[in-house]
Design a protein around this ligand. Structure first.
Ligand SMILES: [Fe+2]
Length: 453
C-alpha cells in the first residue's frame, strides 16, 4: 500500500505562490491547473470519458507542426465544447476599431505626430466599443503587422464576450483597473502592469475602477516572445518568473449571451444561452498572462555613450527576417544616468522601423514638455526625430554626475512596417498641431572654427 503522506516536518507548497495568489509564475511554461479536484486528466490528453462529464478540447496557438520551441497549445476540459459557444454569425459595425490595411487617401501619415490623451466620451464604452485605433501597419489577412489603439472603457461587458481571431493583444493600462475574465482564468490589471491576451482566447472585460484608459498593441503576426539577451547573460531585462499566468476559473451560468468575434478585420456577433467561460481545468503553454513593469531590470551604459533603445526591449514579436521585429515592446522606466562625457538623452536619428510611443506616467527625457501621461507620439519610418531644443541644451550642459531618472515610464511599439494613421487619429483625436515646431528653435552652432560649442 502506498503512503501518500509526506515525511514528518516536510511542508508542501500550496497551489499558488505567496504574494501572487491566483497566478502561476513563468514565461512560456507548460502549466497545469484545475478549479475542481480531479478535473484534469493525468497521463493523457483525451480520455474516453472525462471527469465531471467535461469535454476535452485543444486550443492551438501555433501550427501543429511548428518547431518544438515555438509550438503552443493548451488542452481545455470544459462544460461544453467551444462549438456550443458560437452560432450563426451576423456582421456588426465597430467603427473605431480598424485593421490593416487601412490607408485613408485623405490622411497624411508622413510626419512626426503627437497626441494629448484621448478624452473619455460622454457615452459609456465597453472594451469593444471603447477601442480607438490610432495606427495600422502590415496586413491582417496575411498575419503580418500590427495596430495601435487607445482604449477608453467605462462600462463592464455584461453577458457579452469577445475574442480576436486576428491577433494577440498587448494591453498597457494608463489609468483605471480592469478585470479580464478569460477562458483560462482571471487577470486583474492596473497601470504599471501589462497583459497579453492570445489569439482566439474568449474573455469578458469588467471595470474594477473607472474610467479606464490605456494602450493596446494588436499583433497580427507571430507571438510575443522574450528577446535573446546575448552577452547580457541569463538575467535582467524581463525575467521569466515575473510573468504570471492565471489559475483555472470557470462559471456555470445560463444567460442569453452575445459573443463578438474579430476575424480578418471584420466584427461579427453570435448569440448563445450560457457563459462560454466554462473551462474547469487546463494544461498547456498557450495562455494569457500579465507582467509587472516594475520588475523590469534595465541595462544600459555605465561609462559612456548611449546604447540603441533595443536594450530596453521587454517583449519582441519576430517577423520572417531575423533581428527585424514585427513588433518590439520597449520600456523606458526609472533608471540611473551615469555615462561620462556623453549626451545622455536619446540621440537624433532616422529609423527604418516606425515608432509609436505612449506615456504611462512622468516626464520623458527627450521631450520634457508636451508628451504627457496618456499621450502618444509617432515617429514613422525614415522620419528624423530627437530631442527638442530645451532637452538638447540641458543635456549638453548638465554636470556629468549620476542622475536618478525617477517617476517616469514610457513605452514604444516599434514595428518594421510603416504605420498609417486612421481618420480618427488625424481628425478626431487631440493631435498637437505644433509638435513639428518643437525642433524649430534648434540653432546652427557651426561657425567653421574649431572647438566645442
Ligand atoms: Fe526613435
Amino acid at each position: 500500500m502506498t503512503d501518500h503522506s509526506l515525511p514528518q516536518g516536510m511542508i508542501r507548497a500550496g497551489h499558488t505562490t505567496g504574494t501572487h495568489e491566483g497566478y502561476m509564475p513563468g514565461f512560456g511554461n507548460d502549466f497545469e491547473t484545475e478549479a475542481l479536484p480531479g478535473a484534469l486528466p493525468q497521463g493523457q490528453n483525451s480520455p474516453q470519458k472525462c471527469e465531471y462529464g467535461l469535454y476535452a478540447e485543444q486550443l492551438s496557438g501555433t501550427a501543429f507542426t511548428a518547431p518544438r520551441g515555438q509550438n503552443e497549445r493548451t488542452w481545455c476540459y470544459r462544460i461544453r465544447p467551444s462549438v456550443k459557444h458560437t452560432g450563426r454569425f451576423t456582421k456588426i459595425d465597430v467603427p473605431y476599431w480598424k485593421s490593416a490595411p487601412n490607408i485613408d487617401p485623405d490622411v497624411i501619415s508622413l510626419g512626426q505626430y503627437r497626441w494629448d490623451p484621448v478624452p473619455h466620451t460622454e457615452a459609456a464604452q465597453t472594451w469593444i466599443t471603447g477601442m480607438r485605433t490610432i495606427t495600422t501597419a502590415g496586413d491582417v489577412n496575411t498575419q503580418i503587422g500590427m495596430a495601435s489603439h487607445i482604449y477608453l472603457v467605462t462600462q463592464s461587458m455584461q453577458d457579452e464576450y469577445f475574442y480576436s481571431a486576428d491577433s494577440e493583444l498587448l494591453v498597457v493600462p494608463q489609468e483605471g483597473r480592469l478585470r479580464f475574465c478569460t477562458e483560462l482564468g482571471v487577470i486583474d490589471l492596473e497601470p504599471k502592469e501589462i497583459a497579453i491576451l492570445p489569439r482566439g482566447l474568449v474573455y469578458r472585460v469588467e471595470v474594477l475602477e473607472g474610467p479606464a484608459r490605456g494602450f493596446v498593441c494588436e499583433n497580427y503576426g507571430q507571438k510575443f516572445d522574450l528577446p535573446g539577451r546575448g552577452p547580457i547573460g541569463a538575467n535582467c531585462l524581463a525575467n521569466p518568473r515575473d510573468f504570471k499566468c492565471p489559475v483555472a476559473a470557470f462559471e456555470d451560468r445560463d444567460a442569453k449571451s452575445r459573443v463578438v468575434i474579430k476575424w480578418c478585420g471584420q466584427f461579427h456577433e453570435t448569440f448563445i444561452d450560457h457563459s462560454p467561460l466554462d473551462v474547469v481545468a487546463w494544461h498547456g503553454n498557450y495562455c494569457a498572462y500579465k507582467y509587472d513593469l516594475r520588475t523590469y531590470s534595465p541595462v544600459g551604459a555605465i561609462l559612456f555613450d548611449h546604447p540603441d533603445p533595443s536594450i530596453f526591449t521587454v517583449l519582441t514579436a519576430p517577423s520572417g527576417q531575423e533581428g527585424t521585429a514585427n513588433i518590439d515592446f520597449v520600456l523606458f522606466r526609472e533608471r540611473w544616468m551615469v555615462a561620462e562625457h556623453t549626451f545622455r538623452p536619446p540621440w537624433y536619428h532616422k529609423n527604418i522601423m516606425s515608432e509609436m510611443m505612449g506615456n504611462i506616467y512622468g516626464i520623458y527625457d527627450a521631450k520634457p514638455k508636451g508628451f504627457v501621461p496618456g499621450g502618444m507620439s509617432l515617429h514613422n519610418m525614415m522620419l528624423p526625430h530627437g530631442p527638442d531644443r530645451a532637452a538638447f541644451e540641458k543635456a549638453s550642459n548638465e554636470p556629468m554626475v549620476p542622475v536618478l531618472q525617477d517617476n517616469t515610464m514610457q513605452f514604444m511599439f516599434e514595428t518594421r512596417f510603416p504605420q498609417h494613421l486612421t481618420a480618427f487619429a488625424a481628425n478626431e483625436a487631440p493631435l498637437q498641431d505644433d509638435y513639428i515646431d518643437c525642433w524649430d528653435s534648434i540653432e546652427k552652432k557651426f561657425d567653421g572654427k574649431p572647438g566645442v560649442k
